[in-house]
Ligand binder design. Structure first.
Ligand SMILES: Nc1ccn([C@@H]2O[C@H](COP(=O)(O)OP(=O)(O)OP(=O)(O)O)[C@@H](O)[C@H]2O)c(=O)n1
Ligand SMILES: C[C@](O)(CO)[C@H](O)COP(=O)(O)O
Length: 256
């Protein structure tokens, strides 16, 4: 294991349509507490104080709109058009990150309310020599295997060795580049999965319940409740709130 000394970049895949959320704008542009999901996610990365560059993979038809939305972060954010799959979106954003960034995090826009402290924990784990790191939570439900028709139970899985995986996932940049280059087109649903395909180890750190992914309408309700609670408690991310008010009042510097 080698410790990392270069800069730290984060990729935010945000180009998904959000079909499971239902009809409407692309998911990253929908709001929680009146603030776009993407602004929450970028705000959480920036609030950690550990990220030098954020590259957002935007819905291809909304690149200019996304740049405008993120004006308040324009000293750290770059926006590129995303691709047809999450993996392609991450690859396109990775192309915009130079070798000076030795650590790269990949963080779903959809995990909008991820606490900044979790971002810091992932950066720390990579910086101290773990080349691929994912945040995980224990599985709470009993897990059954079913037959191909999904009609009958074929067994009960030992959940003590299972973990639900979140983002941000952290990598030494060179390993992530190698993993994506080897991937071509696969149905792997996360970036650590591509590293696993290389036969390389992936470490885990404790995830956080509030890093849940906004996937369904129920998740959006939950996110509204979590954000309202943070506002009430005075613990809402300052970068996120400041960015939202700057964008609305038009005082942010334009990204020209
Ligand atoms: N072509 C794609 C597909 C997904 N994503 C991003 O990958 C993250 C995780 O994906 P998911 O939550 O599954 O989002 P969607 O693909 O938008 O959801 P759905 O499958 O319901 O359409 C999201 O931030 C999403 O914007 C992306 O950048 N490019
Ligand atoms: C990357 C991820 O969020 C980790 O849990 C997840 O794999 C994304 O998968 P999805 O199928 O795009 O929801």
């Amino acid at each position: 294991m080698k410790t990392a000394r270069g800069g730290t970049a984060a990729i935010v895949p945000a180009a998904g349509r959000g079909e499971r959320l239902g009809p409407g704008e692309p998911k990253a542009l929908r709001s929680i507490g009146g603030i776009p999901i993407l602004v929450h996610a970028v705000g959480s990365l920036v609030s950690s104080g550990r990220i030098d560059l954020v590259v957002v993979a935007a819905p291809p038809g909304s690149v200019d709109g996304v740049r405008e939305l993120l004006r308040a972060f324009d000293s750290v954010v770059r926006v590129v058009p995303g691709g047809g799959t999450r993996q392609q979106s991450v690859s396109l954003a990775l192309d915009a990150i130079g070798e000076e960034h030795e650590i790269v995090l990949v963080h779903d826009a959809a995990r909008a309310l991820t606490p900044p402290a979790l971002v810091g924990a992932i950066v720390d784990a990579v910086a101290c020599g773990h080349d691929a790191v994912v945040p995980v939570l224990p599985v709470a439900d009993t897990i059954k295997a079913v037959d191909p028709a999904g009609a009958n139970v074929t067994g009960t899985v030992d959940r003590s060795t299972l973990r639900a995986v979140q983002t941000p996932q952290g990598f030494r940049r060179s390993l992530l580049v190698k993993a994506h280059a080897a991937a071509a087109s696969t149905d792997t649903t996360d970036d650590a999965g591509l590293v696993e395909r290389l036969g390389m180890p992936v470490s885990v750190v404790a995830g956080h319940a509030e890093a849940f992914k906004v996937t369904t309408p129920f998740d959006l309700l939950l996110a509204e409740a979590v954000w309202a609670e943070r506002r009430k408690a005075g613990t809402a991310s300052t970068s996120t709130s400041a960015s939202a008010s700057e964008t609305v009042s038009g005082t942010a510097r334009a990204d020209e």
